[in-house]
Design a protein around this ligand. Structure first.
Ligand code: FAD
Length: 405
């Protein structure tokens, strides 16, 4: 009898978790499992702010996919997904095509630029290993070039971060630790460096506890960050940005580096493949399948689920993507065994910790507020936990953050 073929697209938090759980749940004779990913490595997206700022080498945030999967059960295909043909049950890849009986779409999200002119072209993103490496090298280039020019361009030493949400704040935390090192390395006067964070919302870290937000802002301001809150970026140019507060006329802030860290949407491939989506995210059923497509699961940043308690979508997080991967694997195992009662996904939010650099953080864990070194310690525990869940102790020992304080 022909075995059902399960194809998992994307080896990020959601996809890789589905694969490693599925390889434990399903026997070799029960299904063919194929995992497709653009690169031969998985990267810890939640560590990219460190690689981007240059406080961690980008090789530390990634590991080979083949080292964590059971090759006797999961076939790994390194290729790029272009489109999904739901009617013919096949996926169009850059180098080939692949048919499926069951599909898991876990190709993550992409930056949402809200149509702001010039952002796509001129701002840097913190989205993958390539973008992080480019951002780090660009900032170093600006510092190196500053001293080479006879006519000094102070704006080379200005860095603008668009967005004071999770990603923006975590990046600022690392950046403020990195700048003194960069100044020392490139013989630049620290007082000439400007770090400006522009946020359109009326507060930093919207939705976070106000006491923790106050702590985060004061820590970052102490290290040199200037916050422009309630201020919108209107345009990004090769020279910097135009910003405006309320109805004011936009004015220019010149900067050699602009980083866009505000907003995420689902992967464009999902909409392109004909799934009905809101900002690229598909409102999935409680069993994580796409409505009207009993053979397609969508998890992670391309999936949308509503938190009924507050009637708002759950934020796209690694925590939820991994939990969805676990449920998705169990539901796939049930389906190939012809069971019809699939598990309902319910996120189990254990807490949130936002890093402010190597030795500082804020967070709420199991309902308790924490800040400072205690929170920084907790952040490392969380980071190591995600490694443990995919590759057990060996992966933690190889890639983990073992210097806790
Ligand atoms: P991803 O983990 O992004 O994985 C997607 C995978 O699909 C990647 O391997 C990618 O290479 C692959 N892929 C993409 N397109 C294609 C294609 N066309 N073909 C083939 N492969 C493809 N969340 C938290 O819970 N806690 C945090 O502290 C936290 N911190 C964050 C810090 C930063 C700087 C950022 C950027 C995000 C942070 N997040 C955090 C959010 C979290 O990283 C995402 O929600 C999570 O990565 C989503 O998981 P995913 O599986 O949907 O996608």
């Amino acid at each position: 009898m022909r075995k059902p073929k399960i194809v998992i697209l994307g080896a990020g938090y959601g996809g890789l978790m589905t694969a490693v759980r599925l390889q434990k749940l399903v026997g070799v004779n029960e299904a063919d499992i194929v995992l497709v990913n653009k690169n031969d490595y998985h990267y810890e997206t939640t560590w990219l702010h460190e690689a981007s700022a240059g406080t961690m080498h980008h090789d530390k945030v990634r590991y080979e996919i083949r080292n964590v999967i059971d090759k006797s059960k999961v076939e790994f295909v390194q290729d790029t997904v272009l489109e999904i043909n739901k009617d013919e049950k096949k996926v169009i890849l850059e180098k080939s095509e692949i048919s499926y009986d069951y599909l898991v779409i876990a190709i993550g999200g992409e930056p949402e630029t809200f149509g702001i002119k010039g952002l796509k072209e001129f701002a840097f993103g913190i989205t993958n290993v390539n973008s992080s490496r480019q951002l780090r090298e660009h900032m170093e280039y600006q510092f190196a070039t500053y001293n080479m020019e006879e006519e000094k361009k102070e704006e080379r030493l200005s860095i603008i971060v668009g967005g004071a949400g999770f990603t923006g704040i975590e990046f600022l935390g690392e950046l403020t630790n990195r700048i003194p090192e960069l100044c020392h390395e490139y013989d630049v006067d620290f007082n000439k460096v400007k770090i400006i964070c522009v946020e359109a919302a009326p507060t930093v870290l919207p939705g976070f506890d106000p006491e923790l937000v106050k702590y985060a802002v004061s820590q970052l301001e102490r290290k040199g960050v200037e916050f422009l809150i309630g201020t919108a970026i209107k345009e990004c140019t090769p020279e910097g940005i135009f910003v405006a507060k309320g109805e004011d006329e936009p004015h220019e802030i010149k900067a050699g580096t602009v980083v866009w860290a505000a907003g995420i949407r689902g992967n464009a491939i999902v909409e392109k493949s004909g799934f009905e989506a809101m900002r690229g995210r598909v409102k999935v059923q409680l069993d994580l399948r796409a409505p009207g497509h009993d053979d397609v699961f969508i998890i992670g940043d391309s999936a949308l689920m509503i938190n009924e308690e507050i009637n708002r979508p759950y934020p796209p997080t690694a925590q939820i993507a991994m939990q969805q991967g676990e449920t998705c694997a169990r539901n796939l195992a049930a389906l190939i065994r012809n069971k019809t009662d699939l598990e309902t996904f319910k996120p189990d939010i254990k807490g949130t910790v936002c890093s402010l650099g190597e030795d500082d953080a804020i967070g709420v864990v199991f309902g308790k507020k924490i800040m400072g070194t205690k929170a920084a310690f907790m952040k490392k525990v969380v980071d190591n936990r995600s490694l443990y869940m995919i590759g057990g102790v060996p992966l933690v020992l190889k890639k983990g953050k073992l210097k806790f304080l």
